[in-house]
Design a protein around this ligand. Structure first.
Ligand SMILES: N[C@@H](CCC(=O)N[C@@H](CS)C(=O)NCC(=O)O)C(=O)O
Length: 199
């Protein structure tokens, strides 16, 4: 299987952690895509030129980190990572975690792709409110970390890691319970360190 991704990509990191936990990481050939390089569209088989994207040996393309993670979980039989009896609940929780990452990513893009004079402060504020709303929700709905985390927990760890990476961990002083939770996650899930974009 070929995984198109990049080291800083939080959604790519989510897939890589899931691949480690499902025992499928060794079957992945990781192809690095540089999102800032216009040539990347030539290499990336995803018509949206987004990462992560997974290409199977059969030629089938799997697009979007949620779908790729679910594929890896199904293919490995590690269904405890997305329990069937509460599947919708877990997917919903995972979507809130991903929503934090998406909002943070949009803030990064706003600063990356616009001239300083064009940066829209209202837009940044709006995205930041989503990040804060998501973090507040998770503080109230956190679940304890197991050595094999569920997909929503992987998504949360990745979103917090992305806030550490791109926003200097400013969230930590306000969301101390989540900071403690992330420390536990780091200790119990070695794949988190293995995929650290700053390592
Ligand atoms: N919902 C998608 C989001 C993927 C996404 O936005 N990836 C970013 C990198 S982390 C990307 O490809 N950005 C380039 C672009 O949007 O053009 C997923 O979960 O895979």
């Amino acid at each position: 299987m070929r995984l198109y991704s990049s080291s800083p990509s939080p959604f790519g990191r989510k897939v890589k952690i899931t691949a480690h936990l499902t025992g499928l990481y060794d079957q992945l050939e990781v192809v690095t895509i540089d999102g800032n390089d216009p040539e990347s569209a030539q290499i990336n088989p995803n018509p949206l030129n987004k990462i992560p994207t997974l290409a199977l040996e059969s030629g089938e393309l799997i697009v979007d980190s949620k779908v790729i993670c679910e594929y890896l979980i199904q293919a490995s039989g590690r269904t405890e990572m997305l329990p069937e009896d509460h599947r919708i609940d877990y997917l919903s929780r995972a979507a809130i975690a991903d929503g934090i990452t998406e909002a943070a990513l949009l803030m990064v893009y706003e600063r990356r792709f616009r001239e300083p004079s064009q940066i829209n402060a209202d837009w940044l504020h709006r995205q930041n409110q989503k990040v804060l709303g998501g973090l507040k929700w998770w503080t109230e709905n956190i679940t304890s970390v197991q050595s094999t985390p569920t997909l929503d927990q992987i998504g949360l760890a990745v979103s917090l890691g992305y806030l550490d990476f791109r926003f200097s961990g400013e969230w930590r002083t306000r969301f101390t319970d989540l900071a403690l939770w992330l420390t536990q996650f780091q200790q119990m899930v070695p794949a988190y360190q293995l995929t650290d974009p700053q390592a």
